[in-house]
Design a protein around this ligand. Sequence first.
Ligand code: IPE
Ligand code: IPE
Ligand code: MG
Length: 260
Amino acid sequence: MSASEESKFSFFSRKKNVQVDESKLKIPTHLAVIMDGNGRWAKKRMLPRSAGHRAGADNLKNLCKNCGHYGIKYVTVYAFSTENWSRPESEVHALMELFVEYFDRYDPELEQEGIRVRFTGDIAGLPENIQEVCRRAEEGSKHRTRMTLIVAFNYGGRREIVQAAQKLAEKVKSGEISSDEITEEMFSSNLYLPDVPDPDLIIRPSGEERTSNFLVWEGAYSELWFSDVLWPDFGMEELTEALVAYTARDRRFGGLTEQK
Ligand code: IPE
Ligand code: IPE
Ligand code: MG
């Protein structure tokens, strides 16, 4: 194998001192990431928490590039939860400002990578200027096909389920369906993004080992992978490590390995 072929198909993990053969990796169709640890990243550097959020937003650009490299089709990132409103008003405000700035600043790079942008969450519950940013980013990128970046903003898995239940209850009330016609498939098709496949792998950096109300329904059978690295430092090395772990997982979905 020539040097250039080698660099195309293998990744040398400096931290683990191992060579990863990329051609042997199992690539998830849909990867979801909980972008956690911005505050601790800033604290370690004696910077304000907002600097950590900025570094975290910058790192999202790297994640997109790295996921594009591996040919991952859908990437969902948890950017703001329905619970994050309980933070100090100044922090919530900084996060909203960063959100508005992000899509203007990085759209040319997202365009270059062929990335379509979509949003998941209680978007109607956001301030009008944020909703406008969402509409613009979705509309301006809908022709792009290489990868879809889904930003979970004002997202809560429980709220998503409650809102799906409300939609179904309305349909029962109007006589469009009867309650005994409701199936898992019908329920799924009333969630925020029914056409997006369930996440195969959910990654959470920052050392916390919980999902914090992320993709509660969709993640029922997702593989989980945790890392101690804080989100702004989460790079190609960590993503590759997660993919190596995912490749070794046996996804049985309740069945038996030998049935496959
Ligand atoms: C994640 O980083 C970003 C959001 C929740 C918006 P945090 O702000 O939760 O960072 P830590 O967990 O305090 O380090
Ligand atoms: C989860 O992180 C939400 C996002 C990363 C947007 P949190 O920092 O809000 O989660 P908890 O509070 O540690 O569970
Ligand atoms: Mg956190």
